[in-house]
Design a protein around this ligand. Structure first.
Ligand code: 2P0
Length: 353
């Protein structure tokens, strides 16, 4: 029938985010509730981002998803939870031009097709799940005319992947761990928008684009089960660092920002080493980058560059301004020289494969 031919689509783009005070460890695995607050900076949308198109049509007989052009299963609990949570919040949708009318109750019986692309390596420690789930939740919410605020949407994205809740905002974002058992207060809030501290330049040194061996989800589970250091970190260290980091961001105080970000990255990797069996996310190249930045920072009156490493060997380097970023690139090329035939636009430091 003619009326069954329509397809309604929404496309959205969501950048990834890089934590400067790290999330590592859950107190509730299924609701994805963390053991500490975290703070991140959201990257510019034109760089590391996920683009997702969601479509609905009466012709679709099941929910389906393609990631980077290949179909993936939606049977996992995380996808199911996000779909269920968004469907339960759907409202009426009307598109007069196309003659489409979807009542709130119809959403339960309509299926969606989802196509998602990352413009960066998936699962190489560049927070692909953060951008991915944030974009999925945001685009589904737009498609289904969900009227809830960003905070409530962030609590849905969190159930896809913890760090995803922070990607619903630009600028500097805090994920509040919350107190409630149902996760209703475990949401992201924006600390400062993207214009607040726009001198900062983020350089990502891709050390390896291979997939990591230990996923964040299993890594943090093992840390919670076996590490003593993670308990001390969550209870004694992070609460104070969160306060200090918020202050550093508010005042655009780069020395404090750099000190806190580097220390927190190092403690997160120390927790990984304190896990049984130990988890090694950084490699020799990562360690050499830390050495170079530390030496440079110590040779100046105050720090020029902050480094932070997620669940992978790639370095996220935050330069205090563009001039420093140019000098940083020169230093990286000096210490990690590419060969003459290297395509510098996709140069991977230290990865010979
Ligand atoms: C973060 N990471 O704060 C930390 C720092 C990695 C190191 O959030 O199990 O992919 O899906 O909640 O969000 C990576 O963990 O883990 C992460 P799940 P997620 O960015």
């Amino acid at each position: 029938c003619e009326s069954e031919k329509w397809v309604l689509m929404v496309t959205a783009q969501t950048p990834t985010n890089i934590a400067v005070i790290k999330y590592w460890g859950k107190r509730d695995e299924s609701l994805i509730l963390p053991i500490n607050d975290s703070i991140s900076v959201t990257l510019d949308p034109e760089h590391l981002c996920t683009t997702t198109t969601v479509a609905v049509s009466p012709r679709f007989d099941q929910d389906r998803m393609w990631l980077n052009g290949r179909e993936i299963s939606l049977s996992g609990g995380r996808y199911q939870r996000c779909l269920r949570e968004i469907r339960s919040r759907a409202s009426d949708v009307e598109d007069e031009k196309k003659g489409i009318k979807i009542a709130k109750k119809d959403w339960e019986n309509l299926h969606v097709h989802i196509a998602s692309y990352n413009n960066f390596p998936t699962a190489a420690g560049l927070a692909s799940s953060a951008a991915g789930f944030a974009c999925l939740v945001f685009s589904l919410a737009k498609l289904m005319n969900v009227k809830e605020d960003q905070g409530k949407l962030s609590a849905v994205a969190r159930q896809g992947s913890g760090s995803a809740c922070r990607s619903l905002y630009g600028g500097f974002v805090k994920w509040i761990m919350g107190k409630h058992d149902d996760g209703s207060d475990s949401i992201a809030v924006q600390l400062a928008d993207e214009k607040h501290w726009d001198d900062l330049v983020i350089v990502i040194a891709v050390v390896s684009s291979r997939q990591k061996e230990t996923s964040s989800t299993s890594g943090m589970r093992e840390s919670v089960e076996t590490s003593m250091l993670i308990k001390h970190r969550a209870k004694e260290v992070v609460p104070k660092r969160i306060v200090d980091m918020e202050e550093a961001i508010k005042n655009r105080d780069f020395p404090s920002f750099a000190h806190l970000a580097c220390a927190d990255s190092n403690q997160f990797h120390a927790v990984c080493l304190d896990t049984c069996p130990p988890i090694f996310y950084m490699n020799d190249t990562s360690h050499r980058i830390i050495g170079c930045v530390e030496k440079w920072n110590r040779s100046e009156e105050s720090p020029q560059v902050a480094y932070t490493f997620d669940a992978g060997p790639n370095a996220v380097l935050i330069a205090r301004n563009r001039k420093v970023a140019a000098s940083l690139l020169q230093r990286l090329l000096f210490h990690f020289p590419p060969s003459s035939d290297t395509d510098l636009s996709s140069y991977v430091i230290g990865d010979k494969s």
